[in-house]
Ligand binder design. Structure first.
Ligand code: SAH
Length: 489
């Protein structure tokens, strides 16, 4: 069955709905929203339909269905639970050349009602011609997440300006460029930020000025901890619109994979130790690309405002008059806690949580140790693998109990996640024994004791000291491994 797609103007046109139950009510509501003059025909009506009849919003025909109900109708909907009656409505409507939809019966219907994504005045309708309604619904859900709600206001704005845009840019190519800029540039961004007045002003401004050079912009996007499923929809949209992506080393390949194919990708990976040297270069790159009129995405692991130097980058952009947006991401502490089964707060164990970084001796010196050592609070320590022994010594010196549990999460949320658990007393030894590597996050506090019971993702937590790796074993053992390997029969 091949259907002809159609958007019908039903305003002030008569439509008959046969049936008085909840399905009929739903159909009537949608028809009323489109401005139709709805008549409901059924012996009994739902309370809401009755109210609409009393209010004069809907006309009512009581009693048994008769062909005369179809007089003057442009469309009919059969929404009763009586198949025979539905079939009769369909047949009589057909004889009178009235299009009919029989709810949940594609064959009897002469028109179908599609699944809809509504960003009025922009509307996307999806139909599988009745063949696979579940699939159509799924596509609708996917589109629903892809199409931002600001598309409605954007379509309204572009409708309002349409004639003037045509006058201003009589040539098709120029007009197309103007629209592309309108739909993807600062006007669209302002609408997404919920600033319709500013968006309208920016559109007016764009209509007045001759575009010599396209204005660039920067979106600071949090890529989350690695699993692409943890990127936000808004982050995904920014990646789809980017001309250039400046990303950290921590950003996973899986997330980068989602970006626009032809976007230029630049890794500005920073290793611990040479931060200051490269931050200036990053600033220069941001500025250079934005000034060249490109849409730049600055993609950072986790959240850009948690130990990500996002603040400094924004200050720099503001100073240089480059417009920017920020899209938050799931920070490592939240992702690691979730994927290790460690609730960061818990009524019985911890009333507060602190995000701490401890990547070098100086940063350790600036921390408030007496406060950090307090019980019933959780510490989430970023960038701490190298300084675990110093961290342990200071916490113990300030009175945190040696039996305080910890969970050390390496590659949190990724396929190769490892979780090492133990107590503060043996923290550095455990980490060394299991050769924990960056990126790893330490969660220390009473809540970490729950990891063993609540773990659900990846391999179970490692709570034993690791076996000594073979290359470190005594010679004797090494000789044994050198024996000829016996083949299995
Ligand atoms: N802005 C980032 C943090 C950057 S600092 C965020 O919000 O997550 C880098 C540190 O984050 C790493 O040294 C490590 O401690 C932590 N980290 C980032 N991703 C991680 C992951 N997938 N698993 C464990 N720790 C991670």
């Amino acid at each position: 069955m091949k259907l002809y797609p159609l958007f019908a103007d039903l305003s002030r046109r008569a439509v008959l709905v046969v049936g008085g139950g909840v399905v009929a009510e739903r159909k009537a509501a949608a028809l009323l929203a489109a401005g139709a003059q709805v008549t409901v025909g059924a012996p009994e009506l739902t309370p809401r339909l009755q109210r609409w009849v009393r209010q004069g919003r809907v006309a009512h025909r009581a009693g048994e269905f008769s062909a005369t109900w179809l007089d003057y109708a442009w469309l009919a909907v059969a929404a009763t639970d009586d198949r025979t009656l539905n079939a009769r409505v369909a047949e009589l409507a057909g004889l009178r050349r009235v299009f009919v939809n029989v709810v949940d019966d594609a064959e009897l219907s002469s028109f179908h009602v599609p699944a809809v994504v509504d960003r009025s005045p922009l509307v996307v309708a999806i139909s599988s011609g009745g063949a696979a309604p579940m699939l159509a619904r799924r596509v609708r859900e996917q589109l629903e997440t892809l199409l931002d709600h600001s598309l409605g206001p954007l379509a309204q704005l572009s409708a309002r300006l349409r004639k003037r845009i045509r006058r201003r840019h009589p040539e098709l190519a120029a007009r197309r460029r103007f629209y592309t800029e309108l739909f993807t540039g600062p006007v669209a961004a302002l609408l997404r930020k919920g600033q319709p007045e500013k968006a309208a002003a920016a559109a007016e401004q764009a209509l007045r000025t001759v575009p010599v050079e396209q204005a660039g912009s920067v979106v600071l996007v949090g890529a989350g901890p690695g699993d692409a499923g943890l990127l936000t929809l808004r982050g995904l949209r920014a990646l789809n619109e980017a001309d250039v992506i400046l990303h950290d080393r921590l950003v996973s390949a899986e997330v980068l994979e989602l970006a626009r194919r032809d976007a230029e990708r630049i890794e500005v990976g920073k290793q611990a130790g040479n931060h200051h040297a490269t931050q200036d270069e990053i600033h220069a790159l941001l500025l250079g690309h934005a000034r060249a009129g490109r849409r730049v995405v600055r993609l950072k692991g986790g959240d850009p405002f948690v130990f990500g130097r996002g603040g400094e980058e924004l200050e720099f952009l503001r100073e240089h008059g480059i417009p920017y947006e920020v899209v938050p991401g799931i920070t490592a502490a939240l992702a690691c806690a979730a994927h290790a089964g460690v609730p960061l707060t818990h009524r019985d164990h911890a009333q507060s949580v602190r995000f701490v970084t401890a990547h070098c001796r100086e940063s350790l010196d600036t921390l408030d140790w007496p406060a950090l050592a307090q019980e019933r609070q959780t510490l989430a320590v970023y960038m701490g693998v190298a300084g675990l022994d110093r961290l342990q010594q200071r916490l113990l010196a300030h009175g945190r109990v040696p039996s305080t549990p910890f969970a050390l999460i390496e590659n949190g949320s990724r396929a190769n996640q490892r979780v090492v658990i133990g107590t503060l007393a043996d923290l550095p030894e455990r980490a060394t024994a299991h050769m924990v590597r960056s990126p790893a996050l330490l969660i220390l506090g009473e809540v970490a004791g729950l990891a063993e019971r609540l773990a659900w993702f990846g391999a179970p937590p490692l709570d034993e000291p690791a076996p000594v790796p073979s290359r470190l074993r005594p010679v004797q053992t090494a000789q044994i491994t050198r024996e000829p390997v016996r083949r299995r029969a």
